[in-house]
Write a protein that binds this ligand. Structure first.
Ligand code: PBG
Ligand code: ZN
Length: 324
């Protein structure tokens, strides 16, 4: 049977029918909003490379957290900056880091807002790499200890979930053991399981001052041409104790999100990264596209691909549209 008995336009005829049969609906319940914190007092400065995003000092974060929560967004993901950088990224794992202060401030102001933290050394090392360097190479195993200490400091400060983004081998397991050993059995791990060596992180690296001084991240982040390897990364992270998996970036890797979601039973997150965000902001700024429509279509596509959780700088704007 085919045309004229079958007519696909029948179910597209009006808004009520379209609403009835729509398979993918965005919900604020699945949004995570990234926040950037910096040292200092009374700081709220726009991030030049990321229109609409700000650096907040810990004492100014509460007002933002209140706004995020009032929009119904359940979680924030915190990125921090240190006062000083050094070769071992020492300020990443001190118990009074900017991130730890920020976690405490948010939990005091809005206890129900979930606080996730990025766990990585690149914003804290003077060389800008995500692990420590030995003989000119990123040294995997010594980096694990530092990353796990960083995760533990965040957990002690009250983080609900830690999100390792470094792509060292074995970091999820090391973090799980360190957290459990200190009694933080309830602190969850969202692993950046399939994180690609992407050029889409450009605007973020300016915000986090984390561009590697020398070389690139290709010896630890994944090659954009690979798909099977992403499945291997995800499988291992689950075995090591990851509660949620993430694919990053989102749009150029929708096939990876789809494959991961069909293969594994843990929740799948996708990170719609800074470059993806700014391409839309910049095109809208030039009057080339309808920003809100492109934003909603983009987020829908990521969810349709299989992402349960959307990490996006659009979270507040999309939440406002969903609320209206
Ligand atoms: C650090 C980190 C990066 C991002 C999140 N955590 C950058 C990188 O790996 O170079 C990118 C986020 C974005 O572009 O929005 N490990
Ligand atoms: Zn990093």
């Amino acid at each position: 049977m085919g045309f004229p008995m079958i007519r696909h336009r029948r179910l597209r005829a009006n808004a009520s029918l379209r609403r009835l049969v729509c398979q993918t609906k965005l919900s604020v319940d699945n949004f995570v909003y990234p926040l950037f914190t910096c040292p200092g007092k009374n700081v709220k400065t726009p991030i030049a490379s990321m229109a609409g995003c700000f650096h907040f000092s810990a004492d100014r974060i509460a007002e933002e957290a209140v706004e995020v929560a009032s929009l119904g967004i359940p979680a924030v993901l915190i990125f921090g900056l240190p006062e000083h950088k050094d070769s071992l990224g020492s300020q990443a794992y001190i118990e009074d880091s900017t991130v730890c202060q920020t976690i405490r401030q948010i939990k005091k102001a809005v206890p129900e807002l979930l606080v996730f933290t990025d766990v990585c050394l690149c914003a804290y090392t003077d060389h800008g790499h995500c692990g420590v360097i030995k003989d000119g190479r990123i040294d995997n195993d010594p980096s694990l200890e530092l990353l796990a200490k960083m995760a533990l400091a965040h957990a002690k400060a009250g983080a609900d979930m830690v999100a390792p983004s470094d792509m060292m081998d074995g970091r999820v397991g090391k973090i799980r053991i360190m957290l459990d050993g200190a009694g933080f059995t309830e602190t969850a791990i969202m692993s950046y399981a399939a994180k690609y060596a992407s050029a889409y992180y450009g605007p973020f690296r300016e915000a986090a001052h984390s561009t590697p001084g020398q070389g690139d991240r290709k010896s630890y982040q994944m090659d954009p041409g690979n798909s099977n390897e992403a499945i291997g990364e995800m499988k291992l992270d689950i075995e090591e104790g990851a509660d949620i998996l993430m694919v990053k970036p989102a749009l150029p890797y929708l096939d990876i999100i789809c494959r991961g979601a069909q293969t594994f039973d843990v929740p799948m997150a996708a990170y719609n990264v800074s470059g993806e965000y700014m391409m839309i902001q910049a095109a809208a700024e030039q009057g080339l596209i309808d920003r809100d429509a492109v934003m909603m279509e983009t987020l829908t596509s990521i969810k349709r691909a299989g992402a349960d959780i959307l990490i996006t700088y659009f979270a507040k704007d999309a939440a406002r549209i969903l609320k209206a």
